[in-house]
Design a protein around this ligand. Structure first.
Ligand code: GCO
Length: 479
């Protein structure tokens, strides 16, 4: 048995997102979001699955949080649906929506679970998309800040940890480059960088306002960080890795932590005519927010391999494997810069995501030495097919093995000097996978439902009891 544990105040948690769990998509005054509309387009999601009912958390949150408490969970990260608070994105507050989240927060607090709020997990009010194009228009910045500051004011007494944007790199890549998420645009590179610039400004203004309203609170963004490795020691591959990092990782993390874009990536994008314009006032705002941010939120799932890409046509904006059939991923890359082949040393999930526990340690060390910021692992987990036995049990040794290896890597990073505040697994209950329906399961708690529906009954998986021991022993129970 390992004697290695995490520091005393460390928080063991789990995470979710509103659209993926709540359902009740038109209840109690909720407005429609971009996702409520997008899933209606045939062929966009697995078997046309939607979050209209999701796993019915809206009506079962008491049961779900009681399960968290019984497990001993120390923090619960969840997102707020903007459309429940401001159904049209701005204007009148929908008190029923606020009350729903207040009840979640109060229930967590009563059980001694630290609530952690994500302000934006991809569901922008459709009204703002129709009025001015949503994230494509700079108007979104003030509407977002208005929504965010309303919630910070309202919940500042009860909630310490706040995340501005979840995986800005993913929702913008899928929204404007690969057409897999709303608004479903393909290869709109200039727009992609513009949208990101607006998102950075919304994040930055929120961080600055937060520090005025809630000086003792902690705030950061959650980035989907996929550290990169060079395929070989060929200098061309090393350069491909560096260019990839600047374009695909530091482009976001440098703005959150330093308040500026990486220079060489910016110059390259400028030469292509797609770099975002940055005014002097914006540059000051981004710098100020970077000096105030408390932590780097990291969603960690996998690492990426980089290889030099002569102009031989790797698909710049490849579609992801959404079939759950291994080996169907396309190779992505930017001709002349890099491409991302599979890692010959790593196993993959059924959805072709590489499994790399050491990559989590790598991610933490890179952030610590590059930014000297504390880290919140806001997501990490394994999407897999699970089976409910006739005794209503779920044996998921693969999930336990995955999490155990990743937590061991996290402890290594902590002992190497990284300041890690929390670890949230993805996810607590099974939930809707945006593109993969209900078949791709991440939870400690199995939900009896598939694309056609189900009883919605909850069943504890083997991993539920396993994580309970991990929490109780602060990591000391790991082998
Ligand atoms: C999926 C994804 C998501 C994300 C999460 C990102 O299968 O749909 O894995 O569940 O991990 O929403 O923040």
């Amino acid at each position: 048995m390992s004697k290695k544990t995490m520091p005393k105040n460390f928080l063991w948690g789990s995470a979710s997102a509103a659209y993926q769990i709540e359902g009740a998509y038109q209840e109690d005054g909720k407005g429609l979001s971009n996702w409520d509309e997008f899933v209606k387009i045939p062929g966009k999601t697995f078997k046309e699955s939607t979050g209209e009912v999701a796993v019915d958390h809206y009506h079962r949150y008491l049961e779900d949080i009681a399960l968290m408490a019984e497990m001993g969970l120390q923090t619960y990260r969840f997102s707020i649906a903007w459309t429940r608070i401001f159904p049209k994105g701005k204007g009148e507050v929908n008190e029923a929506g606020v009350k729903f989240y207040e009840a979640i927060i109060d229930t967590c607090v009563q059980y001694g679970i630290e609530p952690m709020i994500t302000l934006y997990h991809w569901d922008i009010p459709q009204a703002l998309v129709e009025e001015y194009g949503g994230w494509e228009n700079a108007q979104v910045v003030d509407d977002f800040v208005h929504y965010a500051t309303y919630l910070i004011e309202r919940f500042k007494e009860k909630v310490t940890y706040w995340i501005t944007l979840n995986e800005q790199n993913i929702f913008t890549t899928f929204g404007w480059l690969t057409a897999m998420h709303p608004p479903g645009k393909f290869d709109e590179e200039a727009l992609f960088y513009k949208v990101n610039h607006h998102a950075f400004l919304a994040h930055a203004k929120t961080v600055c306002a937060f520090k005025e309203i809630h000086p003792n609170g902690k705030i950061g963004a959650s980035f989907a960080y996929s550290p990169s490795y060079a395929l070989t020691s060929k200098p061309e591959d090393a350069m491909a890795k560096m260019d990839f990092d600047n374009l695909k990782n530091f482009w976001w993390m440098d703005v959150y932590a330093y308040g500026r874009y990486p220079k060489t990536a910016y110059t390259y994008l400028e030469s292509k005519g797609v770099a975002p314009k940055v005014t002097q006032e914006e540059a000051i705002l981004l710098k100020k927010a970077a000096s105030l941010v408390d932590f780097m939120g990291v969603n960690y799932y996998q690492t990426t391999v980089c290889e030099y890409n002569p102009l031989d046509g790797a698909t710049p904006y490849a579609q992801m494997n959404t079939s759950g059939k291994k080996g169907t991923n396309e190779v992505t890359g930017v001709p002349g810069v890099y491409k991302n082949p599979a890692n010959p040393y790593l196993e993959t999930t059924d959805w072709d995501w590489s499994i790399d526990p050491m990559g989590l340690s790598y991610a933490c060390k890179e952030i610590t030495s590059r930014y000297a910021l504390p880290i919140v692992i806001s997501e990490n987990g394994l999407g897999a097919f699970d089976t409910l036995t006739s005794e209503n049990e779920i044996h998921d040794p693969y999930r336990i093995a995955y999490l155990e290896a990743h937590i061991n890597a996290l402890i290594d990073a902590s002992q190497a000097g990284c300041e890690i505040w929390a670890y949230c697994t993805w996810s607590f209950t099974d939930l809707l996978s945006w593109l993969n329906g209900y078949q791709k399961r991440y939870g400690f708690v199995y939900v009896d439902r598939d694309e056609a529906g189900g009883t919605m009954n909850r069943y504890k998986k083997d991993s539920y009891y396993w994580y309970q021991d991990v929490i109780k022993s602060n990591g000391g129970s790991l082998t």
